[in-house]
Design a protein around this ligand. Sequence first.
Ligand SMILES: [Zn+2]
Ligand SMILES: [Zn+2]
Length: 415
Amino acid sequence: MNAHSLRGFRDILPPESEVFAGAEAAAREVFRLYGYRELRIPTIEAKELFVKSTGDTTDIVEKEMYAFTDQGGREVAVRPEGTPGVVRAYIENNLSQSGRNAKYFYIGGMFRAERPQAGRYREFTQIGAEHIGNPSPFADAENILVLFSILDRLGLAGLSVELNSLGCGGCRKNYRETLLAYLKANLDALCEPCRNRIDRNPLRALDCKADGPALAEKAPKMALCAPCSAHFAKTQELIKAAGREFHVNPNMVRGLDYYTRTVFEVRTSALGSQDAVAGGGRYDDLVKSMGGPQAPAIGWAMGLDRLALLLKDKPRPSADAEAFVVAASEAAREPAFKLLTELRAAGISADSSNFELSLKSQMRSADKSGAAAALILGDDELKNSSCSVKFLKDKREQLTMPAAQLPAELKKLLN
Ligand SMILES: [Zn+2]
Ligand SMILES: [Zn+2]
């Protein structure tokens, strides 16, 4: 047995796991304020769900999806992103009929069989927010403000927000022709995969890592129809009115097929290259195309793994125990165990090492634990119904207090 994780997978150890948990808690609080409720979707879905929604010409589906045939001969895939599952759940559970806002968030692992590289893992955690059934630019603005609010709470600086509109089906149809003609006239400038798929999806060339940057300058820009143009203008106006800054990037195309109208990305320069930490957009046709009702929608997803690198040095609540209980004699072991339970019941985090080890060994563990105080029970303490308190992080004198006064007195001493 070789105790190794799979290539591209990793363990998230404390304290990094606490960075993740802190970010998730901040996001949950913001979601509560904005009326987004949690949806827990399956990790594995029918492969077809992602092929049909994310798009069969996207890198995610073409190259990066973990898909396999299960024991029952079904073609399944481990989710590469959250939106298709949320939309499937919305349709399957008739959530359009609930009479409530369909505003959902999810938090969980996503999987892509990318070539492993620094900071990129094959399983990564995403937080996502979807608002389904509201076509108004107010929904766009609100959905984007949720993202701003979460990033605020995380205390991140150096972020830039880019906004664009990809238009509706009508705008896209016209643009598709114009762009296709341009690309065909410039085939030499395209990489092999792009050349092979331009007829199916010319827009993907603009998002291609190889061709996109050069094409962005010269390729014709999309002209929005009047309703799309008004929608985009109103969205921008509402975000500005909320005091948020962004810039419009007419070259931004998101790498998924289902986006319509508003798309956005949050980037940071803090990790070297211009890394996107979050992105999303409107997907007005996806629900219907998957067999659901006409339900225009907008959403985004944020990757926690790279954010965690930015957040790891920020102060956060200590996860160390407040009190470390030590049994200094054999007779004290069970009372010490009882004391642990009493402390925890009173809301004091408490830990111990092995009561059956020597006093010296237990005190060494107490010192390493990061706890503020060691509570020592020995024969003398038992005889006097007391407890000795040794402060581990400051030079306060060791003291002895009546056991009955613990944990109330301890709380005061620790504050
Ligand atoms: Zn349009
Ligand atoms: Zn390309």
